[in-house]
Design a protein around this ligand. Structure first.
Ligand SMILES: Cc1cc2nc3c(=O)[nH]c(=O)nc-3n(C[C@H](O)[C@H](O)[C@H](O)COP(=O)(O)O)c2cc1C
Length: 371
């Protein structure tokens, strides 16, 4: 039963013990609570944890380069390895113009500007910000992906994932990128930023596995603003592969509503289990590299079927493993009836993040490991 879920797979030369990956998830928790959660997820049997939003910058909160940041990541990688779980750093560069946002600080502090309001303001700044970024600054940022990957490897990470949303995604998108130089205009030019990020990692680490979070934008109906239009995939995918990508993690592009990329069960378009797997189908003909699907994946039978049909090579889950870190163990032991299934209510996970309470689950307290 579920032999494909439980079978190993190789991504860029790295062997995963099964097909289940914890999707990148910023948890907004204090360090000890976060470590306990990651340890529970690793102990629950998934093959790899992707740590969401690891900044490539040299300074600031959770930088790989500061003493505090390095100690934090060392604790995380050691905790995962202790349970035989691999760990990947999702390298990202924000595309928010934080300096430009200073004028909104009073509104944020007095709570006149809500979390959603702030997101809208930030989104409005993206296009002018990335369109005006000087080329020297762009090259500094793209080369920092190489140094960040080197640092991540030193701190114990087994793989890096380039966050194809955020700055990579806004450069890729004709909706945001209005540049008239070699980083803007044609799809080839809009791919240049992401390609340079990947190339910088490949030069720094010739043998290291590089996953790419491929953020896809769709029309009719329109969802996702950053990222790559479905029709442009035949141009972007080979360029990324030539630059050194060894696997793809495929999902909807961001910079719209968070409830589109993290869809609740009541979502008008993405209510189905495996709601973004169509994007994997679009990629299959374009690359032979392994594809990881994500989005509302919950049931072992559904996931096994998608793996067997070769729609995906791995299944990533965020909310389901938050709901029940022991999902893999229970599936392996034939105890799927005991799984606490995620109902995609978004109440305590996305809700907890938006209300600055940290990511939790409505089941917390009901599962021994989450008390
Ligand atoms: C609370 C929360 C935080 C997230 N943080 C990140 C992140 O840091 N980086 C990222 O690429 N995706 C992030 N995601 C998106 C997930 O990786 C995933 O794509 C999405 O939740 C859909 O998968 P699911 O249905 O298994 O939850 C986050 C999702 C949630 C629920």
């Amino acid at each position: 039963m579920y032999e494909t879920i439980n079978s190993p797979v190789t991504l860029g030369g790295l062997t995963l013990k099964n097909r289940i990956i914890f999707a990148p998830t910023s948890m907004g928790l204090k360090e000890d609570e976060l470590l306990a959660k990651m340890e529970a997820i690793a102990a629950g049997g998934c093959a790899m944890i992707i740590i969401g939003d690891v900044p490539v910058g040299k300074r600031g909160f959770h930088s790989l380069f500061t003493r505090k940041g390095a100690a934090y990541y060392r604790r995380l990688t050691a905790a995962a390895h202790e349970h035989g779980c691999l760990i990947c750093a999702q390298l990202h560069q924000s595309d928010s113009d934080w300096k430009g946002m200073l004028r909104f600080l009073p509104g944020i502090l007095t709570k006149r500007i809500s979390h959603e309001g702030l997101r809208r303001l930030l989104n409005d700044q993206i296009s002018p910000y990335i369109t005006a970024l000087p080329p020297e600054k762009i090259r500094r940022i793209t080369s920092s992906f190489g140094s960040a990957a080197l640092e991540a490897k030193k701190l114990g990470f087994d793989m890096v994932q380039v966050h194809g949303d955020r700055m990579c995604g806004s450069f890729s998108s004709s909706l945001y990128n209005k540049r008239q130089d070699s980083y803007g205009g044609s799809p080839e030019n809009r791919a240049r930023f992401a390609v340079e990020c990947v190339s910088a990692i490949r030069s720094a680490l010739p043998q290291f596995p590089i996953d790419f979070k491929l953020a896809v934008r769709r029309e009719n109906p329109h969802y996702g603003n950053a990222g790559i239009l479905q029709e442009e995939l035949p141009i972007f995918v080979p360029l990324l592969e030539q630059a050194g990508v060894t696997s793809f993690h495929v999902t909807l592009a961001n910079h719209g509503a968070l409830t589109d990329t993290i869809p609740p069960a009541s979502h008008p378009f993405f209510s189905q289990e495996g709601c973004f797997l169509d994007f994997c189908d679009a990629l299959r003909g374009l690359t032979a590299l392994p594809l990881c699907g994500v989005g509302g994946l919950v049931h072992p039978s559904f996931i096994e079927e998608q793996l067997q049909k070769h729609r995906i090579d791995c299944a990533a889950m965020s909310r389901q493993l938050i709901a029940d870190p022991d999902w893999v163990k229970k599936v392996r032991e034939g105890r799927e009836d005991a799984i606490h299934y995620c109902i995609r209510c978004n109440q305590e996970c996305l809700g907890g993040m938006q209300q600055h309470r940290g990511v939790h689950c409505i089941y917390d307290g009901q599962i021994p490991c989450c008390k």
